[in-house]
Design a binder for this molecule. Structure first.
Ligand SMILES: CCCCCCCCCC/C=C\CCCCCCC/C=C/C(=O)SCCNC(=O)CCNC(=O)[C@H](O)C(C)(C)COP(=O)(O)OP(=O)(O)OC[C@H]1O[C@@H](n2cnc3c(N)ncnc32)[C@H](O)[C@@H]1OP(=O)(O)O
Ligand SMILES: Cc1cc2nc3c(=O)[nH]c(=O)nc-3n(C[C@H](O)[C@H](O)[C@H](O)COP(=O)(O)OP(=O)(O)OC[C@H]3O[C@@H](n4cnc5c(N)ncnc54)[C@H](O)[C@@H]3O)c2cc1C
Length: 664
């Protein structure tokens, strides 16, 4: 029935102030107001329609993305939107596009690695979109191993220029988004060579295409790398290939904040650490953590609403069948994902703060927190994107057969989301970076260097090696200090075990390779501890609204106890808890799921997503699923005609032949 809220009875069950929760989710009343206004602006404009993406061929799909990007910019200018509003509007357009790389990596790379002079020259051009840029780092032969890049950038003192060259097939730039067809410029990473000496990888601003006719400049071969996973999905992006044949650029197009080359060809390093060349990745990894909560919450919103609508089995005495959300197994799969969406929101907020703090310190030449920023962004990017990818797929299964339809919104969300496990650093490679940080921290304990930030607990390692959980009954697990104690002890013990095993190797690098599986597990335990502790910290804040804080406490306990249950082997084998305490945690989880149940729809309504943004019939706000699914099926191009193309040509003769054979 049109206009009827089929989920109203669920909404009435909520025991908390949903509007107050919306503010917590958005981060502030101001952020909620802006995101609400921008999402409605996009949803109400037919130019931003996106329900037909899965049906479009690549060229049409891509052209449509270009139209939307240009139209979005036109609206941003017409409506005089602020930077914050413009960025929200672009995110609600909800279609991967060259603009993501322009705003998300090209501009930040210049900002982070350019000198004041370079900022003055390039930023206004980029900000007014008079040039369009991408981030060209990865090559056909090397992505993870940045130091292994092969593109050469050789200084020619005669002309005061750099000569960029792709000496091998594997040195072809491969993957950069926006590169294939649209970017006019790129920040290109290559090996800097002066006077025959290789100084390693540096960034350079390179013009790729003419600003007059958009043709590639001389010496440049550029194109798209081809179709990617899923229909629609990430194929709106022109990931590209790029080769240089001795292309010349002026010397001042080397990004020179970290190091520079003088007119005479002398290589000069500034006092800034060379790792700042990797700064753009740190920035993007931080944004990816917040985006994980957005992607996961979308999937969870769809699966939760549909689970309340869907009924199977259990009809008794004339009563309707059971809502699938009432099955304990459905709750045990769904509610930890709901809790994870909130957990990732808060850890994302904290990571943004950490990043801003590091940037402020860098301005004052304080580089002390850079390793912590690298480890946290790398580890949390890895943890949250892996969990979100798995979570989206779990939500598809939670929706049964209908979850597999494109109109559920879940297949496209999954296809767009999964590459986050690979881009901006393969998730395993990034966890190994965290493990290095942990091993370094432990190795420095003896020297009296006090660990700070997220590794501060390592300073209490002796106590953590001995500690025993004092949980005696299920409710004791609601105590944040019981949870923190167990997670800290597990993380510390796993790291210490790795450090001890490493010390048995005469060659530490060999040991690191041999023990890498254990190191990855230790890094994961550390990252889960960060998520749990930042959720607990969030609950120390003043959180207004009836029942809001109480429900967040429930979600925080679910996040922690679900992971304790999932990784029970870890907690038991390290001796942090007993098997009795493990089973008490499980008892407590069941009770927590029951507390979430009446509030489940309210908790996903608090994400404040429009139907346009969710793009899912199963996740419709009004729960009117079946008529809309039925209606949607008839829109498929296959249903344009009763008899499909190809039937007369192939199937009719085949049928006839088979009938003739049968008669013989
Ligand atoms: C239905 C529609 C639905 C729509 C749904 C929407 C959802 C979509 C979500 C979208 C989300 C966000 C959008 C953002 C837009 C961006 C799109 C992104 C596109 C992708 C871009 C890319 O992938 S760019 C390329 C990225 N490449 C990598 O990440 C490479 C990974 N490798 C590395 O980072 C390094 O090489 C590695 C760290 C692994 C090793 O480096 P190496 O030089 O070998 O270093 P080491 O020897 O190991 O270490 C040296 C010391 O340096 C320290 N260190 C390393 N890295 C850093 C760093 N980044 N910062 C600071 N310090 C660093 C390291 O710790 C060592 O220190 P030590 O003290 O010497 O031990
Ligand atoms: C959709 C998408 C968009 C992208 N956009 C861009 C872009 O805009 N700009 C850009 O420059 N790049 C981009 N990339 C490239 C991306 O950053 C790289 O693909 C990514 O960093 C992974 O590197 P790789 O492909 O070399 O993987 P590999 O390192 O070859 O990984 C292959 C396997 O080897 C394993 N492995 C590798 N090294 C180790 C190790 N030391 N220890 C243990 N295991 C290891 C990995 O875990 C993985 O299982 C994009 C990629 C994708 C998929």
């Amino acid at each position: 029935m049109e206009g009827v809220d089929h989920l109203a009875f669920e909404r009435n069950k909520a025991q908390f102030d949903v509007d107050a929760m919306k503010i917590v989710w958005a981060g502030s009343s101001h952020a909620l107001e802006v995101s609400d206004r921008m999402s409605r602006l996009v949803a109400s404009d037919p130019a931003f329609r996106k329900d037909n993406r899965a049906m479009l061929g690549r060229k049409e799909l891509f052209k449509n993305t270009l139209r939307k990007a240009a139209y979005a910019l036109k609206r941003i200018i017409e409506l005089r939107l602020s930077e914050e509003e413009a960025s929200m509007l672009r995110s609600f357009v909800d279609e991967p596009a060259f603009t993501d790389l322009h705003w998300g990596m090209f501009v930040p790379a210049i900002k982070g690695q350019g000198t004041e002079e370079q900022l003055k020259k390039w930023l206004p051009l980029a900000q007014k979109m008079q040039i369009i840029g991408c981030y060209a780092q990865t090559e056909l032969g090397h992505g993870s191993n940045v130091q292994g890049l092969e593109t050469t950038v050789t200084f020619d003192p005669k002309t005061d220029e750099f000569v960029i060259h792709s000496p091998t097939l594997t040195s072809s730039k491969w993957w950069p988004g926006g590169l294939g067809k649209i970017s006019t410029h790129a920040v290109v990473y290559g090996r800097l060579i002066t006077d025959g000496q290789d100084h390693g990888v540096h960034g350079f601003i390179v013009q790729l295409r003419s600003l007059d006719d958009h043709l590639p400049l001389p010496g440049i071969t550029v194109g798209d790398i081809g179709m990617k996973f899923g229909n629609g999905a990430y194929n709106t992006m022109d990931n590209g290939v790029l080769r240089f044949d001795h292309v010349r650029i002026p010397r001042d197009q080397m990004l020179m904040r970290v190091s520079r080359v003088t007119r005479e060809g002398k290589y000069v390093q500034s006092n800034v650490p060379r790792q700042l060349v990797y700064g753009t990745m740190v920035y993007v990894r931080q944004t990816i953590v917040s985006d994980a909560s957005t992607a996961l919450s979308r999937a969870v919103c769809i699966a939760t609403r549909y689970s309340a609508v869907r009924r199977q089995f259990g009809a008794t005495g004339g009563n309707p069948e059971s809502q699938v959300i009432d099955y304990k197994t459905q709750q045990a799969r769904l509610f930890p994902l709901l809790a994870s969406a909130y957990a990732f929101r808060f850890v994302g907020e904290w990571l943004k703060w950490l990043y801003t703090d590091v940037m402020t310190r860098l301005q004052a030449n304080d580089f002390s927190t850079l390793p912590e920023a690298h480890a946290c962004t790398a580890g949390l990017k890895s943890l949250t994107t892996s969990a979100t990818s798995d979570g989206i797929e779990e939500c598809r299964k939670l929706c049964g057969g209908h979850g597999y339809l494109c109109s559920s919104g879940l297949p496209e969300l999954f296809a767009v989301y999964v590459p986050t496990c690979t881009y901006e650093g393969d998730n395993i490679v990034l966890l190994l970076q965290v493990a290095r940080h942990l091993m370094k921290t432990i190795s420095q304990l003896g020297s009296g260097k006090k660990p700070v930030g997220t590794v501060a607990y390592m300073g209490r390692v002796e106590q953590l090696m001995e500690s025993r959980s004092d949980v005696q009954k299920a409710e004791d697990w609601l105590n944040p200090s019981a949870v923190l104690g167990a997670f800290e002890a597990r993380a510390a013990r796993k790291s210490v075990a790795c450090a001890k095993n490493l010390s048995k190797f005469s060659n530490p690098e060999e040991g690191f390779l041999e023990l890498s599986n254990d190191l990855v597990e230790a890094a994961r335990a550390h990252c889960q501890l960060i998520v749990v502790s930042k959720f607990i910290d969030k609950l120390q804040q003043d959180i207004p609204g009836k029942g809001v804080k109480q429900l967040l406490e429930v979600l925080c306990s679910i996040y922690a106890l679900f992971h304790l249950h999932k990784h029970l082997g870890d907690f038991l084998s390290t001796g942090c808890i007993t098997s009795k305490q493990g089973s008490l945690a499980n008892d407590q989880l069941r009770s927590l799921y029951s507390q979430v149940r009446p509030n489940a729809i309210g908790l996903v309504d608090a994400f404040n997503y429009t139907d346009h943004y969710l793009s899912s019939i199963l996740g419709r706000y009004d729960g009117n699923v079946y008529p809309k699914l039925y209606e949607e099926a008839w829109k498929d191009p296959l249903n344009d005609s009763v008899i499909p193309d190809g039937f007369q040509e192939y199937i009719r003769p085949m049928l006839k032949q088979q009938l003739r054979n049968a008669r013989l």
